[in-house]
Design a protein around this ligand. Structure first.
Ligand code: NAD
Length: 321
């Protein structure tokens, strides 16, 4: 009998076909149809995009052997509970990195050139003369990358190569340090030096509200902030206040704390703030790579092979319940 694998949200057909060829792939119909805990009964694997997998659900899924995250951030999965149960959690680290990096750059360029403002003003019936939308060039300006992993490094390389920016980065854990990116040892120095900032750290206790009032006090009033990591990394109230007070020139945000963002969000409607609905990895290419990589991880584990990107490798040496 083929093992059952639950897929919590739609994935690219390429990944689905791979999975369906070897397993009984089942699409979750959503919480209205059946709670996740119930849908996971008998499942030996699950592919999860943005659904939450708390500890009690993992502990209750007695047959589960692998949780394959479609994407990178695993903060909605209780990894400790999975480890305790001998369930391996995997991610697809590099699969969406180029898509997210390109969006970060798109947001940076758009805020720098104030793309979006004229269209919005025109739609609201109050277009201004073009001088009102004066922007800046990025060439020669300093980009500060916070978190130099898969995405941050790509952003740095794109900005340094294609745009001729000077790229500095802060990442206390990166080792070895890549060529062509200047290393800055403290966040404060990076914040003070940067004309533009791009955030690419994972959400952890250490990075929650990393960019709050104290950090924003270091930033130049002409600085542009881009965040494509997680909304919780930025203190949204402090950011809105800094922009309203003229202590930051603008922001491009793909992520906010409460998603999907509501129209009355304090950052919505602020001049020179661009918002996108967490679509960093939402490209044909990114979605295909993530679905394929997640399906391949499930198949590896169910066929007794080691996964390529385990988040909790210690689970591999524990007996599965
Ligand atoms: P990654 O793990 O390759 O890189 C993260 C980097 O952050 C690492 O190099 C790590 O050393 C560094 N880091 C950790 N703590 C830090 C700290 N306190 N200060 C500075 N650096 C620190 O991850 P990635 O693939 O580059 O993705 C980064 C994040 O982007 C993910 O965790 C996820 O939250 C987010 N993401 C968003 C989207 C989207 O659609 N917007 C898509 C994918 C990933």
């Amino acid at each position: 009998m083929k093992p059952k694998v639950l897929v919590t949200e739609p994935i690219h057909q390429v990944g689905w076909n791979l999975l369906a060829a070897e397993t009984e792939a089942v699409a979750w119909a959503g919480p209205q149809a059946a709670p996740l805990a119930q849908a996971l009964e008998e499942a030996q694997g699950v592919i999860v995009r943005s659904a939450r997998l708390p500890g009690d659900v993992i502990r209750g899924a007695k047959q589960l052997r692998i949780i394959a995250k479609h994407g990178a951030g695993v903060e909605k999965i209780d990894v400790a509970a999975a480890t305790a149960c001998g369930v391996v959690v995997t991610s697809t680290p590099a699969a969406n990195a180029q898509s997210v990096a390109e969006l970060a750059l798109a947001l940076l360029l758009s805020v720098a050139r104030r793309i979006g403002e004229y269209t919005r003003d025109l739609t609201l019936g109050k277009p201004q003369l073009r001088q009102a939308y004066q922007g800046i060039e990025l060439q020669g300006r300093v980009l500060g990358v916070i978190g130099l992993g898969e995405i941050g490094l790509r952003v740095g390389r794109l900005a340094g190569g294609a745009l001729g920016m000077r790229v500095l980065a802060y990442d206390p854990y990166r080792d070895p340090w890549p060529e062509g990116i200047e290393r800055v040892r403290t966040l404060d120095v990076l914040l003070a030096e940067a004309d533009c900032l791009s955030i690419h750290v994972p959400l952890m206790e250490e990075t929650r509200k990393l960019i709050g009032p104290a950090a924003l006090a270091w930033v130049r009033p002409t600085c542009i902030l881009v965040n494509t990591s997680r909304g919780e990394v930025v203190d949204e109230a402090a950011l809105a206040e800094a922009i309203r007070g003229g202590r930051l020139a603008g922001a491009g945000l793909d992520v906010v704390v409460d998603e999907p963002i509501r129209p009355d969000h304090p950052l919505a409607g602020l001049p020179n703030v661009l918002l996108t609905p967490h679509l960093g990895s939402v490209t044909e290419d990114g979605l295909m790579r993530m679905a394929r990589a997640a399906a391949e991880e499930v198949l590896r584990v169910l066929q007794g092979e080691a996964p390529r990107y385990p988040v909790n490798p210690e689970a591999l040496v524990k007996p599965n319940r």
